[in-house]
Design a protein around this ligand. Structure first.
Ligand SMILES: [Zn+2]
Length: 337
């Protein structure tokens, strides 16, 4: 397969005119030359943190605190999940995964409720879609027999040391929410030596030092944090210390479109558009050991192809800024995976 246009090549997303040559799902060459196509070829996005299970509860719970909304076991989300039947849950996950695919995302890292059956439900939901749904299971560490990783709710909820050790033994990533409402669960979460933290809205200077020393990547969820009114992470401070990835969090709270998430991250921080695009692509891929997120030979060919002649994108002078700040679902010609 050949994909032509303005190609955002490599980790620096340098725009070049030419074509990406794909063989058996792998990028084999990038040929720089004049082409007729007005398309913009971007590495497909990796949504580094979702909860697609609550797709059945969109926009529920206005006015509730974060704890009333999502805290296990009796937050509104969990009551709605218990009341839903399995086919309804799978159908909701399917819709969210399809929306992600149609908004340029090739893979998402989902914190799955429901133990092994929750993992199976996600596999069913994405089976016929051109998107990879990675299940980070929770509950009994035995969930790691089938899950792609372990996704812990938060260090204040339980002792996750057994699950952490089990993930290490299984050679699968261990992620945990931390610092979302306050700083109290950050040290216990860092004590677990996680492969990544999610949120980190309220780190204190000691936590920033630990994050840097331990080299822990962070998944930011800026729209979710705004929606649940917990604040905004010190994005630029975190960027100086570690790798940032980007996720849309609960579908209940935010649509799982990485275009919206990138535009929000860009508007809240001093990050360059390239750094935002890096958070939305290769940084998330590397959390899950995926070989995508960069357009270069030898990488998995997961690409988002945008129409540079759409009313939204025609006349664009800086395609990286346009992808991050302006592009939207209607500009997506296709997601290659
Ligand atoms: Zn979450």
């Amino acid at each position: 397969m050949i994909v032509e246009g303005t190609v955002l090549r490599g980790r620096s997303f340098e725009p070049i005119e030419g074509r990406v040559v794909i063989d058996d799902g792998e990028i084999t060459a990038i040929e720089e030359e004049r082409v007729e196509s007005e398309r913009i070829v971007v590495p497909a996005f990796v949504n580094a943190h979702t909860h697609v299970g609550d797709s059945i509860a969109k926009d529920a719970g206005a006015g509730l605190t974060l704890e009333e909304l999502v805290a296990p076991p009796d937050g509104l989300k969990h009551r709605l999940l218990r009341a839903a039947d399995r086919s309804e849950l799978v159908a909701g996950m399917h819709s969210s995964a399809r929306l992600m695919s149609e908004t340029g995302t090739a893979a998402f890292l989902d914190f799955r409720e429901g133990g092994p059956d929750g993992v199976t439900a996600l596999r069913e939901a994405v089976a016929d879609l051109p998107i990879r749904g990675l299940a980070f299971g929770r509950g009994d560490p035995a969930v790691l027999d089938t899950a792609d990783g372990y996704g812990a709710s938060g260090a204040a909820d339980a002792d996750f040391s057994t699950a952490r050790e089990a993930a290490r033994e299984a050679d699968k990533p261990f992620g945990i929410h931390a610092g979302e409402v306050n700083a109290r669960d950050l040290d216990p979460a860092l004590d677990l030596e996680p492969d990544f933290l999610v949120h980190v809205v309220h780190p204190e200077p000691d936590h920033l030092d630990r994050i840097e020393r331990q080299g822990v990547p962070i998944v930011l969820c800026p729209r979710s944090n705004l929606a649940t009114d917990v604040g905004t992470a010190p994005i630029d401070d975190l960027h100086e210390r570690t790798t940032l990835a980007l996720g849309t969090d609960n579908v209940m709270t935010c649509s799982p479109s990485m275009f919206r998430e990138m535009a929000t991250l860009w508007s809240l921080a001093d990050l360059d558009a390239r750094e935002v695009l890096r958070a939305a692509t290769v940084a998330g891929a590397e959390l899950a050991g995926l070989d995508c997120g960069v357009i270069e030979p030898g990488r998995a060919a997961t690409l988002t192809v945008l129409d540079g002649t759409s009313d939204n994108l025609v006349g664009v002078k800086d395609p990286v800024r346009a992808v991050v700040r302006r592009a939207d679902r209607a500009d997506v010609v296709k997601t290659v995976r």
